[in-house]
Design a protein around this ligand. Structure first.
Ligand code: HEM
Length: 464
């Protein structure tokens, strides 16, 4: 309410009560709905309830899903420094160890500062050649006419791009291949464990034993590489070598092997599935719309000619940039990002008690018809300058505030480098009438994405 001089008056009217989503069961909360169709469940919350709605992830704990874009921003930015990271990240910490992803408050500030040099612009410029070489190797492994599981291929490629930048000089080939296989088991396991009540992972099931064995093996491999590097004193120029030379600014001590392996494990989870899912969706959308694909190819031809993509090209490919941006909108990989109140906290007109979980879903937010007209249409041109107002406040591909993705530039570099390299070599073909459904595990990804590999013929003339 505003007074005659334009000053906001404190409203004494109590905010409406926060509704509770229907269907919660004792001991399980909403686990059944989440396991059956978590995306559908969260999307339905958006259409059924208002700015805040309560769900039960972990019995005994209140989780409020924040649906209003303004409140989401407030949670991430203004309230960011005073909130804990909440269940999703706490679970990651229990599984993988403490890291920049799981830390809050001052510990987070320190960890983030330690890791930042690995993601500096000039470092990423150096990684591009590795990313391109890994993509070329992947493409060479595909045969024309092959029905390729594109999602699997993109998970492999993302893992190779990240692992090679982290370990390029520090591991021999056999160890690298073993590490890659173990990391893959860890990544798959984390997504499921975050969604389920804690007691499930204590069951003596083969899947639980496999996860623990793979995680311990990854740790042992990294610890071994750290010990070898420390003993040799070499700077191998990779990310591991950089982390080894990083010191804790409070104590002046170098990071321990355990700290380094926790950071790397978490980076592997935060930075592989995400990139792999976005790569898969970009390739899917290009296969679906040959006109958009033709425009991307025409731009690549014009800017690159016959040479491969380099770091300097990244800002010179606006059409590909819009395709990636639109993919990050329509197929965002994040389905539940959490925080937790440490003290009684004001969120809009509501007062939320300490210990409340807050969560938001980027996937649902980016598909809100009020914010993005025709939200289910893949239209890269909605990001063209002058194509109307863009709800930038509600577009959060890499989050916002102090926990904004540290790997955003790294990820965009991987995406442009990989797509520019792949689409000039091969074309992917969907079967007639093939539908590809999203599923939310660690990220929102295609459930399966089988496409046929075709040779890239001369590009058809660009439309539009
Ligand atoms: C397209 C790919 C990616 C997407 C969509 C993405 C998205 C995000 C988002 C939304 C957050 C914020 C989460 C929050 O609010 O708590 C985040 C955080 C983070 N991401 Fe990414 N990410 C991607 C790739 C990467 C890569 C490649 C890396 C590293 C190699 C990475 C490392 C991290 C880390 C370490 C954080 C935690 C930052 C902090 O809390 O200070 N991400 N990411």
């Amino acid at each position: 309410m505003i007074d005659s001089k334009g000053h906001a008056l404190v409203t004494l009217v109590a905010p409406p009560p926060i509704p509770r989503a229907a269907g919660s069961l004792p001991f399980l909360g909403h686990a059944i709905q989440l396991v059956r169709d978590n995306l559908g469940f969260i999307a339905a919350l958006r259409t059924t309830y208002g700015p805040l709605v309560e769900i039960t992830l972990q019995p005994g704990t209140r989780t409020l899903v924040v649906q209003d874009p303004g409140l989401i921003r407030t949670m991430l930015t203004d309230l960011g420094p005073s909130l804990d990271k909440g269940r999703f990240f706490e679970k990651m910490g229990q599984l993988l160890g403490d890291s920049v992803v799981t830390a809050a408050g001052q510990v987070h500030v320190r960890k983030r500062r330690q890791l930042q040099p690995a993601f500096a612009r000039e470092r990423i410029a150096r990684y591009v050649d590795t990313m391109r070489a890994e993509t070329e190797t992947a493409v060479e492994g595909w045969t024309v006419g092959q029905r390729l599981d594109v999602r699997e291929a993109m998970v492999g490629l993302s893992l190779d791009m990240l692992a090679k930048t982290v370990f390029s000089g520090s591991l021999d080939d056999t160890t690298f291949r073993r590490l890659r296989a173990d990391l893959s088991v860890v990544m798959n396991g984390v997504g499921a464990r975050v969604m389920l009540p804690d007691w499930v992972e204590r069951l003596p099931l083969p899947v639980n034993r496999r996860f623990t064995a793979a995680r311990d093996a990854v740790r042992a491999t990294i610890d071994g590489a750290v010990t070898d590097l420390q003993a040799s004193g070499h700077d191998t120029g990779d990310m591991l070598s950089l982390l080894l030379r990083t010191t804790d600014e409070e104590t002046g001590r170098p990071l321990s092997g355990h700290e380094i392996s926790s950071e790397i494990l978490t980076l592997a989870v935060a930075g592989t599935e995400t990139t792999a899912s976005v790569l898969s969706w970009v390739l899917y959308e290009l296969a679906r719309d040959p006109r958009i694909e033709a425009r991307v190819l025409a731009e690549l031809d014009e800017v690159l000619g016959d040479r491969p993509v380099t770091f300097d090209d990244l800002g010179r490919l606006p059409c590909l940039g819009r395709v990636i941006e639109e993919t990050l909108r329509l197929h965002h990989t994040g389905w539940l990002v959490t925080r937790r109140t440490v003290t009684e906290t004001r969120l809009g007109p509501w007062t939320v008690p300490a210990g409340t979980e807050l969560a938001y879903c980027q996937h649902a937010l980016h598909r809100d018809p009020v914010l993005f007209p025709d939200p289910l249409v893949f239209d890269p041109d909605r990001w063209l300058e002058g194509s109307g107002p863009r709800p930038t406040q509600a577009f959060l591909p890499f989050g916002a505030g102090k926990h904004k993705c540290i790997g955003d530039r790294f990820a965009l570099t991987e995406l442009v480098t990989a797509i520019a390299t792949i689409v000039r070599r091969v074309r992917f073909e969907l079967s007639p009438g093939q539908t590809v459904r999203p599923v939310a595990a660690a990220t929102v990804r295609p459930r399966t994405l089988l496409m046929t590999v075709r040779p890239r013929a001369a590009a058809p003339p660009a439309a539009g």
